[in-house]
Design a protein around this ligand. Structure first.
Ligand SMILES: Cc1cc2nc3c(=O)[nH]c(=O)nc-3n(C[C@H](O)[C@H](O)[C@H](O)COP(=O)(O)O)c2cc1C
Length: 180
């Protein structure tokens, strides 16, 4: 995953840039977020990626935004395929997110991503069988942000696969962080 080069401005007056940079990072890490596996697909290429920059962005239409590194294989697949799925992972399944931080091994005969069984959603994007719930989206807009692209996807299908009461994973349940 790319790391930020140098200190990004603006820096408020009277602050030491280095100290402020560290402070801003800690504040950003403090912002609560979920932690998901993003499914992507273009033709027969599929991938799953750990992601926390995910949120609903509009009531009407039902849009979900996901922000993806331009260098990621997932970025290529979402640009080419125009679809993605967001898999909500059970809190008990937290170890899974470490398995989706680089392009995955796809076994089309066994229907697995890195050994985790999946099926194709309505859009064709892979959905993990063990996801508590999922949203399956078609990309409606893309906003270039610099190092990342924000893809705005309209929900074309969604559902629960496990009991609705199952606790789902958040970044705060792990010792990981991203961004800042
Ligand atoms: C906890 C955690 C959260 C992450 N959140 C994001 C994210 O929101 N957006 C993103 O582009 N990458 C995120 N990543 C990084 C990707 O999972 C990772 O860069 C991966 O290399 C990209 O995968 P790909 O090349 O298989 O598509 C996160 C990684 C971790 C460990």
């Amino acid at each position: 995953m790319p790391t930020q080069q140098g200190i990004v401005g603006p820096i408020p007056p009277g602050h030491d840039p280095e100290e402020y940079d560290k402070l801003r990072r800690r504040v950003l890490w403090k912002m609560p977020s979920g932690l998901y596996v993003l499914g992507s697909r273009a033709g027969e290429r599929r991938n799953g990626m750990t992601i926390n920059w995910v949120t609903q962005l509009s009531f009407e239409p039902k849009l979900v935004g996901v922000s993806i590194e331009r260098e990621a294989f997932t970025h290529e697949l979402v640009v080419d395929g125009g679809v993605f799925s967001v898999n909500l992972v059970a809190q008990d399944d937290r170890a899974i997110v470490r398995k989706f931080t680089k392009p995955v091994d796809v076994d089309l005969d066994a229907r697995t991503l890195n050994g985790f069984p999946f099926h194709d959603g309505t859009t064709g994007a892979p959905i993990l069988d063990q996801a508590v719930a999922f949203v399956d989206c078609e990309v409606r807009q893309t906003v270039e942000l610099g190092g990342h692209s924000l893809f705005l996807g309209e929900i074309v299908d969604c559902g629960f696969q496990l009991d609705e009461e199952t606790l789902v994973l958040s970044m705060g349940d792990t010792r990981m962080n991203y961004g800042g």
